[in-house]
Design a protein around this ligand. Structure first.
Ligand SMILES: Nc1ncnc2c1ncn2[C@@H]1O[C@H](COP(=O)(O)OP(=O)(O)OP(=O)(O)O)[C@@H](O)[C@H]1O
Length: 377
């Protein structure tokens, strides 16, 4: 981990509207380390774009501090702000390319105040296009390119002034899943090869899961949870985060089905429905047979999934446990000892966490505690 490249404390932002002041951001605290890929996820209207605009100085703040690259953004002059913005490359959902210019012309446009000669600009533009895999399309116009290719041009343009931070604002939201994957792969490579700090503003958990090392969840202008992406997925605390994660993994759908059609879904009224999540592949192997044999309980698996979050495997199982209640309790204690997070699923209300020693939350900072994990190649 390096130093914080962006440090935000107690940020608030109010907009004056005809109906009165509207608070779009409230007491936002964020620390983004250099070299990380940091996701900011929230529903529409949560305040994501406002936060981005406060970071790059496009919006005056109402309170708190915003430090970017060691500079206090609200205190910068117009000239200093222009300079700072050169260090922050921006990519948006709608590519924002000039239709009348070629691909090369679009990228070169970002170099117009660079002081480079025409030959140097041409050389740099070609290098940037090669970096994003578009060297063959330098002479094409944006209309001749696919959405994914246009977004690559926008990324090349955003990199023209050698920024230290790349800010992607819903950059993959208009793309199909396959194209999204290739763009995310490119973003990950840029992070690695250029040691760029990347901020990914999104409403898609899939994007966070694929490339982010850290994530902050924003809800109605407040950061409700933040931490390492894996920990947030493994042990979501805030209601909105649980919804995002559960919707993404399919767990919410399963629980809904069990709630509405429990008997038809094959569960009986005597068993206990348990959600198990685990971070360690080897522990999960043989999980069911171990507790079945050892504690003489019947484990009926209703749902299982395995995901890779930021390069780490994360498994999830919903199962019905039947048998002697004392044996079930012992079986669950045993699993907990093995580092598996155990949650009782209520079919008539919300899930309740059955106390788990391995996972705790620092409620004061809305930070999810670290979960042991096992990296895969
Ligand atoms: N200039 C403005 N004047 C008044 N209210 C604004 C202004 N800009 C944004 N808002 C309000 O602030 C809230 C946050 O908006 P913001 O655009 O930051 O959300 P968002 O999370 O980026 O949403 P989306 O994903 O839909 O772009 C919204 O309720 C919005 O209506």
């Amino acid at each position: 981990m390096g130093n914080a490249i962006i440090e935000i404390t107690q940020l608030s932002k109010r907009y004056d509207t005809p109906e009165g002041a509207y608070t779009a951001l409230h007491d936002v605290n964020l620390s983004i380390e250099e070299g990380t890929i940091f996701g900011i996820i929230g529903l529409s209207g949560a305040g994501k774009s406002t936060l981005v605009r406060c970071i790059n100085g496009l919006e005056p703040i109402s309170g708190g501090t915003v430090n970017v690259l060691g500079q206090s953004v609200p205190d910068l002059s117009a000239k200093q702000l222009r300079q700072l913005r050169k260090s922050i490359g921006m990519v948006f959902q709608q590519y924002n390319l000039m239709p009348s210019r070629t691909v090369e012309g679009n990228v070169a446009l970002a170099l117009r105040h660079s002081g480079l000669s025409s030959a140097e600009k041409r050389d740099k533009t070609r290098k940037l296009l090669s970096l994003v895999g578009l060297e063959q399309h330098a002479e094409s116009h944006p209309s001749q390119l696919s959405g994914g290719q246009q977004q690559r041009v926008a990324i090349a343009r955003a990199l023209a002034n050698n920024p230290r931070i790349l800010l992607l604002d819903e950059a993959t939201s208009a793309l199909d899943p396959d194209t999204t994957k290739t763009i995310l792969k490119l973003v990950k490579r840029l992070n690695r090869e250029l040691h760029l700090t990347i901020i990914v503003v999104t409403h898609q958990m899939d994007v966070v899961k694929s490339i982010c090392s850290h994530v902050a969840v924003i809800d109605h202008g407040t950061i409700v949870e933040q931490g390492e992406a894996f920990d947030v997925f493994a042990n979501p605390q805030a209601e909105l985060t649980r919804r995002f994660v559960g919707d993404y993994t399919g767990l919410n759908h399963v629980i809904e089905t069990l709630r509405s059609q429990g008997t038809t879904a094959g569960i009986n009224s005597n068993g206990q429905l348990i959600h198990m999540s685990y971070a360690n592949k080897t522990v999960a192997e043989g999980l069911v047979s171990a507790v079945t044999e050892r504690f003489h309980v019947i484990v009926n698996i209703l749902f299982a999934s395995l995901d890779i979050v930021d390069g780490y495997p994360l498994g999830s199982i919903v199962a019905q446990y039947s048998g002697d209640p004392e044996h079930i309790r012992q079986a669950l204690d045993y699993l907990r000892d093995k580092g598996i997070r155990i949650t009782a699923v209520q079919t008539d209300s919300e899930e309740n966490t059955v106390e788990s020693a391995a996972t705790t939350t620092d409620a004061a900072s809305n930070t999810t505690a670290s979960t042991p994990k096992e990296h895969i190649a």
